[in-house]
Design a protein around this ligand. Sequence first.
Ligand SMILES: N[C@@H](CCC(=O)N[C@@H](CS)C(=O)NCC(=O)O)C(=O)O
Length: 368
Amino acid sequence: MSKPYTLYAAPLSLYSGKTRGYLRWKNVAFHEVLATREVYASELLPRVGWPVIPVVIAPDDTTVQDTTDIIDYVETHEPGPSIYPEGPTQKLAALIMELFGDEWLLIAAMYYRWTFNEEFAYGEFGNALYAGLPAQERAAKGREDGARFKAFLPLLGITPKTAPAIEATYEEFLRAFDAHLAKHDFLFGSRPSIGDYGLIGPLYAHNYRDPASGTHMEKNAPRVASWCRYTHAPQHTGTGEFLDNDEIPETLIPILKIFAREQLPILLATLEQMKSWYAANPDADEVPRAIGMHEFTIGGVTDNRGVIPYPLWMLGRVTAHLASLTGDSKTAAEDLLTSIGAEALIGLDMAPRLIRKGFKLYIAPTNA
Ligand SMILES: N[C@@H](CCC(=O)N[C@@H](CS)C(=O)NCC(=O)O)C(=O)O
């Protein structure tokens, strides 16, 4: 028997939940190690170079960081059904939903945690990072670490001005997803897709597990709460099928339209900023985590947020898939994009292309 995978993670961590739910459904042997401060120092920093979770160590000791890379690593190395639909239009929509969950619902996840669950969150930081310390010390130190995460809010455009719009757009999403789940177990049928795992990050660890947010979800979108439970802790691993004939369920269209209306403009503006940044820094190699601030709009309300290049790497997965399609598949994919208001993605020039290398983001050498 080969060695199990190791997952370095924490209960309160958004992207840990994504990875844990996936590894469980995939029925891969793994053991989870709580990422305490000591574990960061002894294992994570030496392997990854910067403090981040989740991190997975494969049976052959390969270090894999970033949930998308972790999932793709396991998909490539382990047998069993895939979470990537074979249907080209379903795959396109699934990749979009991963990006939407990972990077746009992140706004609601951070807003709800730090607006309605602040004390709980500090406690959770303490319990995870300082697990071995007495309760009082855990609480005090957790407060310091939690405050550093809370400080990310303005960078994500979470301000008193945008707060009502964040709530309104999240409520809209919850209603749409709850209605979808009245008809389907997952986004594309009875098997979870990469898109479901994108959604489970923000929806499980923050908006289900944080007590005030969880109560709100149970009340307003009980099917979403139930989906959180069975996506994070599947009872029947490796089961289920994607809908036949590459069908995109009708009930998914309102959610894809939220992506096109709310997230896509931010991505396109980020791409423009990235092009300008690269023009001004033609010898650049490593890409900073943020390259300034820009205006953005959420739910019709405009404010400022950081220009964060990372989501462009995820968008590149969407556009690369789109570019690989020909004939009827291409037509069907483009029809879907046009019907949801995301036709800007068709033929989008993604240069400078971003790649991940050594757990960081770089300009692809072909752009040099
Ligand atoms: N895109 C990454 C995001 C990972 C991430 O942001 N993890 C959080 C915890 S849930 C973290 O460790 N953040 C530290 C930081 O961003 O400095 C992924 O998919 O794994």
